[in-house]
Design a binder for this molecule. Structure first.
Ligand SMILES: C[S@@+](CC[C@H](N)C(=O)[O-])C[C@H]1O[C@@H](n2cnc3c(N)ncnc32)[C@H](O)[C@@H]1O
Length: 211
């Protein structure tokens, strides 16, 4: 029995909030088109570098949006790239721009890739949106291989969340605000903390599967 680090949310509430998000991001797709704010492209490079993707590894970009990370992942010569999102409009944009990427629609908590089949999960600017973190991290642990990495990040830093909380029509959670908090949150899901970067405009938490 895994200790629950995250609050329980009823199935109806998960469906309701995910539908709100899918509708919102279907409409908001163009906010994610370039040009990006100054410094963001460089910080996105740092985020993908933190995953230390090796050639032929299997990578899944969770909450991919328009696939802003995809060209940076492709540069690492992975075996397969999966792009997952709640929003069909976001995924349509990924399919158009990056035909080789395999898209998966729906909440990550229910994504059904095989056990121990993924080397790296990237969760950029999406962790605060994950409504059911308990089931999500159980599912990530099921799909990841031992030694695989989960990179949780934001290229505007964790304080940006204050702004999003006021603007978004759905709940937005905080990032773990220290390495110790992250260790406590994720240990029971079979993850250790491999790296923690908390700068004004850059947040990167790298988890490593220890199961
Ligand atoms: C703020 S956008 C970030 C997009 C992209 N990662 C980027 O950095 O530009 C968050 C995305 O996460 C998606 N999302 C939210 N909750 C999700 C979930 N439970 N499973 C999969 N995608 C989710 C949303 O639909 C949205 O496209």
């Amino acid at each position: 029995m895994i200790m629950k680090s995250f609050k329980s949310v009823s199935p109806d509430e998960i469906e309701r909030i995910n539908k709100l998000q899918a509708d919102y991001f279907d409409q908001a797709r163009h906010f994610f088109d370039p040009p990006y704010p100054e410094g963001v492209p460089e910080r996105l490079e740092q985020i993908v570098a933190a995953a230390a993707i090796n050639p032929r590894e299997i990578v899944a970009d969770i909450g991919t949006g328009t696939g802003v990370l995809v060209p940076l992942i492709q540069a690492c010569l992975p075996g397969t790239i999966y792009a997952n999102d709640l929003s069909e409009s976001m995924l349509a944009s990924v399919r158009k721009r990056y035909p080789g990427v395999k898209t998966i629609k729906g909440g990550i908590r229910k994504v059904g890739l095989p056990d121990s089949s993924v080397d790296v999960f990237l969760v950029n600017a999406c962790y605060p949106n994950l409504v059911d973190k308990h089931t999500t991290f159980l599912n990530l642990q099921r799909m990841i291989r031992r030694g695989g990495r989960v990179v949780i990040s934001h290229p505007m830093g964790k304080a940006f969340i204050k702004f999003l909380k006021k603007e978004m029509p759905f709940p937005i959670d905080d990032f773990p605000d220290s390495k110790l908090v992250a260790q406590k949150l994720f240990y029971s899901y079979g993850f250790g903390v491999k790296a923690f970067v908390d700068e004004t405009l850059l947040y990167i938490l790298v988890l490593e599967s220890i199961e």
